[in-house]
Design a protein around this ligand. Structure first.
Ligand SMILES: CCCCC/C=C\C/C=C\CCCCCCCC(=O)SCCNC(=O)CCNC(=O)[C@H](O)C(C)(C)COP(=O)(O)OP(=O)(O)OC[C@H]1O[C@@H](n2cnc3c(N)ncnc32)[C@H](O)[C@@H]1OP(=O)(O)O
Ligand SMILES: CCCCCCCC/C=C\CCCCCCCC(=O)OC[C@@H](O)COP(=O)(O)O
Length: 272
């Protein structure tokens, strides 16, 4: 009986291997499916550990989640080359902003995530089964992107509490995934938050995934991702009138860095 199961398992693996060798679409589906499976299984196994170790929803769980997710890259042959981690060493809270290309970003996020740092996420993610549970347990802040007023209220509350709780907040200012090799225009929430809390903004840039990951071309191979944590941008003394300038400044620094890291220096033309 046990030998039977073993043979079926081996046949399934062999079949999948042959399929992925024959078709780019199958290769893409299998690899992405496997990533989702890792996320679901990893979350289901990690959630009880978080509850047992830290008692419930707290940013401290991010350390456990980070340790688990940092192993995922080995399954996909992904390598990270990280520069500038010392720029996270600001005293007190900060807003971290980064480009958001894909669900695979969770690996890049956990590769550099500083301690005591929560992310801002769309509220729909809380319903993603075990993944939603782990995100909830990690202390992630959920916003309703369809209601600016409600998102503003949540952000204002975060601005009040982040200093008291000494947490950093990670925001994807593009507000959605974008795997074009460029940046979408930035939403302003992260920068309002930084100005309201009078804390620095730390930009983090990941090189373009397009050489190894492109859903439109069914491309998902191994690859190298360059990550650069840029120096903090101070907001002390800035007011809401300065938010647009701050947003533009971050956008341009990050776009220039994105092109540099992706091997396209000098391509920064006028944006948006
Ligand atoms: C163990 C196994 C584990 C397996 C799983 C692995 C890991 C998971 C674990 C943990 C990690 C979880 C990480 C999850 C990441 C999820 C990422 C996302 O979900 S990205 C999508 C959600 N995020 C965002 O949308 C953030 C960016 N968006 C914004 O900041 C927006 O500004 C907004 C606040 C949502 C509002 O949206 P809107 O479209 O209305 O934006 P605008 O910027 O155009 O603003 C309109 C208007 O309002 C003013 N404004 C905006 N914000 C504020 C504010 N806070 N206060 C005051 N005013 C504000 C803005 O200035 C505009 O006005 P004006 O044009 O006059 O300037
Ligand atoms: C009982 C319900 C069961 C539902 C099961 C759902 C299974 C989901 C499984 C795995 C999900 C792994 C994803 C990890 C988290 C990814 C976070 C992310 O990248 O979210 C995208 C969000 O930033 C922006 O969304 P859009 O680009 O605007 O869209």
């Amino acid at each position: 009986m046990e030998l039977g199961w073993l043979l079926w398992g081996a046949a399934l693996l062999l079949g999948l291997h042959v399929l992925t060798e024959l078709s780019a679409a199958a290769n893409f589906a299998v690899r992405l499916g496997f990533y989702y499976l890792l996320c679901v299984l990893g979350s289901a196994l990690t959630a009880p550990v978080c509850v047992l170790v830290n008692g419930g929803r707290t940013v401290k769980n991010m350390r456990i989640i980070k340790a688990v997710v940092k192993t995922f890259k080995y399954f996909f042959g992904l390598r990270f080359e990280v520069k500038g981690l010392e720029n996270f060493e600001v005293e007190g809270p900060a807003i971290i902003v980064s480009n958001h290309q894909s669900v695979l970003d969770m690996m890049g996020l956990m590769e550099v995530l500083p301690d005591d740092c929560v992310q801002v996420a769309k509220k729909e993610l809380v319903y993603a089964g075990p993944v939603g549970l782990i995100i909830y347990l990690g202390g992630v802040i959920f916003i309703n992107r369809k209601s600016t007023d409600s998102a503003k209220m949540v952000m204002a509350e975060v601005a009040k509490t982040m200093a008291a709780e000494n947490v950093k907040v990670w925001v994807y200012p593009e507000g959605t995934r974008n795997c074009t090799g460029d940046l979408l225009p930035f939403k302003k929430g992260a920068f309002h938050l930084a100005v309201q809390a009078q804390v620095p903004v730390i930009p983090v840039v990941y090189s373009s995934f397009t050489t190894f990951y492109n859903p439109k071309k069914n491309l998902f191979t191994s690859g190298k991702i360059k990550v650069e944590v840029l120096p903090p941008i101070e907001t002390k003394g800035l007011t809401s009138d300065d938010v647009s300038d701050l947003t533009d400044r971050c956008f341009h620094i990050m776009r220039e860095t994105l092109f540099k890291l992706s091997g396209r220096p000098g391509e920064v033309k006028d944006s948006s």
